[in-house]
Design a protein around this ligand. Structure first.
Ligand SMILES: C[S@@+](CC[C@H](N)C(=O)[O-])C[C@H]1O[C@@H](n2cnc3c(N)ncnc32)[C@H](O)[C@@H]1O
Length: 221
C-alpha cells in the first residue's frame, strides 16, 4: 500500500488482479527500475496486453513523476490467437471476432488510478518506432516474441535509449527448455552490438542492460 496525496492507492493489488504475463517478482523489479530512471526522461514499454506490467511502471511514475508510454496494436501476439496456448476468449471482440485487449487495458489502468501517468499508444510497434524521436530513460521490451517482431523492436526502439539509460528485456531464456529464443537472441544482439552492457543481476526472465555508447537516435548495431 502506498500513501498518495489523494488517499491510499493499493496499486499492487491492482497489478495482481490484472490479466497478464508479469510475475510479481519481475514486476516489482520493473517498478524499481522505473523509479530509478523516470527522473531522467520517459519510460516506454513495448507490449501492453491488458496493462499488468504498465501498472508496475505507472505506479512508479505516480510516485516519482514522469510519464510511461505503452505501445501495442492490441490484436495479440501469435500465441494469443484462438487455438494457441495463451488465448483468452474473453478478450475477443464480439463484432469483429478479433482479439482486442484495449478495453481490458483501459479498465485496468482506470481502476488503478493511473490514467494520468500511463499513455497508451495503439498501433504496430514498427510503425510507431519509425516516428519516435524522444530519448528514453528506460525501454522495456515485451512485445511480439517471434523472430521478426523481436528484431524489429530492437532495431526500432533500442536506438532511442539515452546514454546511461536502461534496456529491460522480458522472457529471456538462455535454456531453450524454458521458453522461446527470440527475446534471448535480442538480448545477445544488444550485448554484441557494442552500445549496451549487462547492468545488473537478472530477476527471473528479466534482463537489464545499460547504454554505454552512442546518443539517442544513433544506431545500436
Ligand atoms: C507478452 S504480451 C505483453 C504482456 C504484458 N507486458 C503484461 O504485463 O501482461 C505481448 C503483447 O505484444 C503485442 N504485440 C505483439 N506484436 C506486436 C507488434 N508488432 N506491434 C505492437 N504490439 C505487438 C501483443 O498484442 C501483446 O499484447
Amino acid at each position: 500500500m502506498t500513501q498518495e496525496p489523494d488517499g491510499p492507492v493499493d496499486w499492487l493489488a491492482h497489478a495482481r488482479a490484472a490479466k497478464g504475463f508479469m510475475p510479481e517478482e519481475e514486476g516489482l523489479a520493473l517498478h524499481a527500475l522505473a523509479r530509478e530512471r523516470l527522473p531522467h526522461g520517459p519510460v516506454l514499454e513495448v507490449g501492453t496486453y491488458c496493462g499488468k506490467s504498465a501498472i508496475y511502471l505507472g505506479a512508479a511514475a505516480r510516485e516519482v513523476g514522469g510519464t510511461v508510454f505503452t505501445v501495442d496494436h492490441h490484436r495479440g501476439s501469435e500465441e494469443n490467437q484462438a487455438g494457441w496456448e495463451h488465448h483468452d476468449s474473453s478478450l475477443v471482440d464480439a463484432e469483429s471476432g478479433r482479439m482486442d485487449t484495449l478495453p481490458a487495458y483501459r479498465r485496468t489502468v482506470e481502476r488503478a488510478g493511473l490514467e494520468d501517468h500511463v499513455v497508451a499508444v495503439v498501433g504496430p510497434s514498427l510503425v510507431v518506432s519509425a516516428h519516435w524521436r524522444t530519448p528514453l530513460s528506460l525501454l522495456f521490451v515485451d512485445g511480439g516474441h517471434g523472430e521478426q517482431p523481436a528484431m524489429d523492436d530492437y532495431e526500432g526502439w533500442a536506438p532511442w535509449v539515452m546514454p546511461g539509460g536502461l534496456l529491460a528485456i522480458h522472457d529471456v531464456f538462455p535454456d531453450p527448455a524454458d521458453g522461446g529464443r527470440p527475446p534471448y537472441e535480442l538480448y545477445l544482439r544488444a550485448l554484441a552490438g557494442g552500445s549496451y552492457v549487462e547492468d545488473r543481476k537478472a530477476v527471473g526472465s528479466l534482463r537489464v542492460l545499460r547504454r554505454t555508447a552512442g546518443a539517442a537516435g544513433d544506431p545500436v548495431g
